[in-house]
Design a protein around this ligand. Sequence first.
Ligand code: PUT
Length: 280
Amino acid sequence: MTRTLTLASIQFTPSDDEQDNIDRVAAFVREAAEKGADVVLPPELFTGYYFCKTQEEEHFARAYPWREHPAVEQLSELAAELGVVIPVSIYEKDGPHYYNSLVMIDADGTPLGVYRKSHIPDGPGYQEKYYFRPGDTGFRVWDTMKGRLGVGICWDQWFPEAARAMSLMGADALLYPTAIGAEPQDASLDTAARWRRAMQGHAVSNTIPVVAANRVGDEEGQVFYGTSFIADPTGEIVIDFGRTEQGVLVAEFDLDEIDRERAAWGFFRDRRTDLYDILT
Ligand code: PUT
């Protein structure tokens, strides 16, 4: 029997109402499940505005222990009801520590664990180092009921090392929840095209499907550029959104065919680990 994996990406404009955002993501997950999705990826930190644009003490109150996060609790029930995997991006509080995290919810509703964002950006409009410790989980893949999934959170997506690590761990697909758009220090700087190309490169070099789910639209003056997409293992974008639409993207992949292609291309056969000390 052929192993297939149907991947979905959600692009939307969150409000600053936590329950409203969870409800809207739930509706998108239902829509994706109706279209046959096995895995449905919402954007980064979707339960509120992207609060990292400035440094405000009050925003630490947005974090929860990951098992108690309302998005994790409610989307676990939905995952079980629909039989879909939902990787849920959250602001996590663990004792005195705060992380930008991802909880992988399996298709029976079981939360399989947490990944904590490894690369934390800092700059105008994206002051994440104030809010998040660098992740201490290392890169992870999860054996879900639908396939082995690797997730990098936003800034992680620019690092080929992260994509390679998850691919070496046997990921069937790489997923990137994201919050990216305007650069307030330079109105003429538009990073959308290079953002896509970076991840399309991960797809090519690891012969693996890639899903990117971005926020879209204006959040109190900060504009997110959407352009979410699903790329095939050649790096080709098979389905995408522009800079305004909200909704779900769905694409199906044949995992056995991809395994054959990956073997045939030989990237993993030909790696020269004896030359890579410089990378560490
Ligand atoms: N989510 C962080 C994006 C950083 C863009 N400069």
